[in-house]
Design a protein around this ligand. Structure first.
Ligand SMILES: [Ca+2]
Ligand SMILES: [Ca+2]
Length: 205
């Protein structure tokens, strides 16, 4: 788009969409009116970041885990800072300095590391949250002796008992599969969760 180019005729929606498809930064100068009031926006700037994140992943506890985000557009809009969040909560950069970089290094995975990780990008234009990458840790190890919910590093009938109970109780630990028998939660409880659970049950750590 040529700098300073002004569209003076009526633009069609298709033209607008075509122009928008290649845009990585927008500036608005606009005036809004209704019968009561008039307000204006002057040089409001909207930066669009595009970030590629890994697909949902299951690991064994103790496995070394890194989650790598790739900033595919938006970096040209100027300085920005990064902060990984786990289940919506900003992660502690003192405990783990990698939480302010594109490569989140979780070290040896613990059961408590399971969750959804997204990246908050902060620039002069404001904050932008990415989609989330899901990490599952030993997702088939959900039961301990007595058929009680818990993690004991062993996969046996207790895990089946707890999984089935969680499935019919629609508890989050049973939502391990999504459409097509793919790994990852989708807020639905169906045969995909059984497929993935059984697959994970027989996956060796
Ligand atoms: Ca178990
Ligand atoms: Ca599911």
């Amino acid at each position: 788009m040529a700098q300073g180019h002004a569209y003076r005729r009526c633009a069609h929606e298709a033209e607008f969409r075509a122009a928008l498809a290649a845009v990585t930064s927008l500036q608005f100068r606009a005036e809004f009116s209704n019968s009561v009031d008039t307000g204006s926006l002057d040089n409001a700037r909207l930066s669009l970041y595009t970030v590629a994140l890994p697909a949902p992943r299951a690991v064994c506890s103790g496995e070394q885990v890194q989650i790598i985000a790739e900033l595919t557009s938006g970096a040209e809009n100027g300085p920005y800072t990064l902060r990984w969040r786990k289940d919506g909560a900003p992660m502690d950069a003192i405990a783990n300095p990698s939480v302010v970089t594109l490569l989140l290094d979780l070290g040896a995975a613990a059961v408590g590391d399971a969750g959804r990780y997204d990246l908050l990008i902060t620039s002069a234009c404001g904050e932008h949250a990415t989609a989330a990458a899901q990490l599952m840790v030993d997702p088939a190890d959900v039961g301990v002796p007595g058929g009680v919910p818990g993690h004991d590093g062993t996969r046996d009938n207790n895990d089946f008992v707890v999984f089935i109970d969680a499935f019919f109780g629609q508890r989050v630990e049973a939502d391990v599969g999504s459409q097509g028998g793919q790994l990852g939660s989708d807020d639905a409880f169906d045969n995909n969760d059984f497929v993935v659970f059984i697959d994970q049950f027989f996956t060796e750590c």
